[in-house]
Design a protein around this ligand. Sequence first.
Ligand SMILES: NC(=O)c1ccc[n+]([C@@H]2O[C@H](COP(=O)([O-])OP(=O)(O)OC[C@H]3O[C@@H](n4cnc5c(N)ncnc54)[C@H](OP(=O)(O)O)[C@@H]3O)[C@@H](O)[C@H]2O)c1
Length: 253
Amino acid sequence: MNQQRVSLVTGGSRGIGRDIAINLASTGHDVIISYHTNRSAADEVISIISDLGQSAHAIHLDVSDLSSRNTFVTELRSLLSDQYDSDRIDYLINNAGTGLSKPIADISEADFDEMLGVHFKGVYFLTQAMIPMLADGGGIVNISSGLTRFSFQGMSAYACMKGAIEVFTRYCAKELADRHIRANTIAPGAVATDFGGGANRDNEKKRQIISNITALGRVGEVDDIGGVVAFLCSDQAGWINGQHIEISGGMLL
Ligand SMILES: NC(=O)c1ccc[n+]([C@@H]2O[C@H](COP(=O)([O-])OP(=O)(O)OC[C@H]3O[C@@H](n4cnc5c(N)ncnc54)[C@H](OP(=O)(O)O)[C@@H]3O)[C@@H](O)[C@H]2O)c1
C-alpha cells in the first residue's frame, strides 16, 4: 500500500518547479505548489497533476515578502487540515526565483536586496517556518545553480545568494538529522526556461556558447531536472544527505 506523501514546491507554476511538481506527482506525491504572478500557469499544473491521479493545490507566495510568507503559511496550514486532515508536509522544495545579470559595478542596493530576499532570506525564513511542519523522515531540496562553481559575467549577486543557500542546506542537514529529515542541494546548469528573460531558450548565440562549454553539448531542459529532485524525495535516496548535486550535462568541466 502506498503511503500518502504531500510535497510543497515553491515556484511550481512554471519552468523547473513545474517539472519538479509533475515528476513528484508521477512518483506518487500529492503536490502543493506556490505561484507568484501567474495563477493560470499554476492551474495548468494542477490539471496535469490531477490527470496523473494525484491531488494538487496552488497558493500565492512572494517568497521575498514577510507578510506574504506569513499569509502563505496560514493558508498552507488550513489547506493541509481541510484536504489532508494533517498538519504536515513530507518534502519542501525551495525552487522559486528570478535572475539578475549586472556587473558588480552596476549592482544597486535595491538589486542586491531583491536577490537576497528571493534567494536567501526568503528561502531561509520560509524553511524556518516549514521545519515544524515537516514530517520526521521527510526532506528539503534547495535549488542552487552551477554558477556557485563556475562564474559568468554579471551573475555575482545572484550566485552569491545561491552559494549561501548551499551552506544553509548543509546546516539544515546537520540540525534536522535527529528527525531523519534530509536536506540536499541541486545545482542546475543553464536551463531553457523563462528565467533571465528566456535567454537560455530563445537566444541562439547564448545557446551556442552554452552548448560549446557543456560536455554533453547542449542547453539543459526542464525534464533534465525534475526527475532528479523526485529521486531525492524518495526512499531510494534515503542515505543522501547534506549533498550538492550539479545537474548541468558537465558545464565547464
Ligand atoms: N533556468 C536556469 O537556467 C536556472 C539555472 C540554475 C538555477 N535556476 C534556479 O531554478 C529556479 C527556477 O528557475 P526557472 O528557470 O524555472 O525560472 P522561471 O521559469 O522563471 O520560473 C520561476 C518560478 O518562480 C516563481 N517566482 C518568481 N519570483 C517569485 C517570488 N518573488 N516569490 C515566489 N515565487 C516566485 C514564478 O512564479 P510565477 O510564474 O507565478 O511568476 C515561477 O513559478 C530558480 O531558483 C532559479 O534560480 C535556474
